[in-house]
Design a protein around this ligand. Structure first.
Ligand SMILES: N[C@@H](CCC[C@H](N)C(=O)O)C(=O)O
Length: 331
């Protein structure tokens, strides 16, 4: 029998599939079909999820595991910050480690156990890097700019200023008023730039940031391959760095930034080493359910079998208590 976990980081929900425990790991084609079915909000398992995090043997020397990120629509992303925290906890508990590296598509990233966010809310700190700004790294095209940093881009949306960062998955960021945060622009932009469009050929995660105070902001994200999520870890990290670069009076390097989101709150810490930026993302790594299933049911994507043996943890309640303790932001 094989165990799958349902997990979340700031209520950005995933299933973790550890392929190292399988006799025959799922092929890429099987992973796509498995992910689309299990994450489906109507017909999937446990109300679906935003994606599947696949744990494999490490691919680079010095790392303990590899994480692959399959979005709900079956596309593969180069990184997932909220997901990496949960994979870090999974591998830490599996291998009895507290500080190690996980291979992602473009980089081997340091992860480490952090003190709990609250009673019963385990937390991990993960490295978000490399950070790039150039047009080809995202990529974007036909906008008449090589970089976007608080730039007016009427082709995207009149009146909003945009920054574009790859961390290394692509993020478009705009700092907006409360009205704009809750208005139609985020969904309109996210939908348009993740459909066939002349600007972002690979799609892009779109983040609206609302500045709440010094080192304090709210971020809402429309994710590529998913749609609206409760939170996006790489999005909150990229938005924190964009804040410090474009509104330097409101954010500091090397000090925790509180990033509130519809699913809770995380901390980011911005670092600059020579000319390279990297970000530390600190937040919950919550395991809500364990699913035990026969390996054949994974290959067949037999959802009925996946629903048969599910054990719920008490971590959802502990996380809710943590969320209830956060200041009310009237957003
Ligand atoms: N939720 C993630 C990001 C997942 C990948 C994203 N949808 C993409 O396609 O780049 C996070 O927490 O960073």
């Amino acid at each position: 029998m094989v165990q799958l976990l349902r997990v979340h980081g700031s209520q950005n929900a995933f299933f973790i599939l550890d392929q190292t425990q399988l006799i025959n790991p799922l092929t890429d084609k099987e992973l796509v079909s498995f992910t689309k079915k299990i994450t489906d909000a109507q017909n999937g398992v446990l109300g679906g999820a935003d994606g599947v995090l696949v744990v494999n043997h490490p691919t680079r020397p010095g790392s303990t595991a590899q994480m692959r990120v399959i979005n709900a629509d079956g596309s593969e992303a180069s990184m997932c910050g909220n997901g990496l925290r949960t994979v870090a906890r999974y591998v830490a508990e599996r291998d009895n480690l507290t500080d190690f590296k996980v291979d992602t598509m473009n980089a081997s990233l340091r992860v480490r156990q952090h003190e709990d966010l609250a009673p019963g809310v385990p937390a991990f700190a993960v490295e978000i890097s490399p950070v790039k700004f150039d047009r080809t790294a995202l990529p974007f095209d036909n906008l008449g700019h090589e970089r976007l940093l608080d730039t007016l881009v009427p082709e995207l949306y009149p009146s909003l200023r945009f920054s574009a960062l790859a961390v290394p998955n692509p993020h478009l960021i705009s700092f907006v008023s409360m009205e704009e945060l809750n208005g139609p622009a985020l969904e309109e932009l996210g939908t348009r730039l993740n459909s066939d469009n002349p600007y972002f050929s690979d799609g892009v995660n779109v983040n609206f940031g609302h500045i709440l105070g010094h080192n304090k902001l709210f971020v809402k994200t429309f994710e590529r391959g998913v749609g609206f999520t409760n939170a996006c870890g790489t999005g909150m990290s990229a938005t924190s760095l964009a804040l410090a670069l474009t509104h330097p009076d409101t954010a500091s390097f090397n000090k925790p930034i509180s990033v509130y989101n519809p699913g809770g709150m995380v901390k980011t810490i911005l670092h600059r080493d020579n000319y390279n930026y990297w970000i530390e993302l600190i937040g919950n790594a919550t395991f809500t359910h364990t699913l035990t299933v026969d390996e054949a049911a994974l290959h067949a994507v037999n959802l009925a079998d996946l629903r048969k043996n599910i054990v719920e943890s008490n971590e959802s309640q502990a996380y809710q208590t943590f969320v209830d303790s956060l200041p009310s932001l009237s957003i």
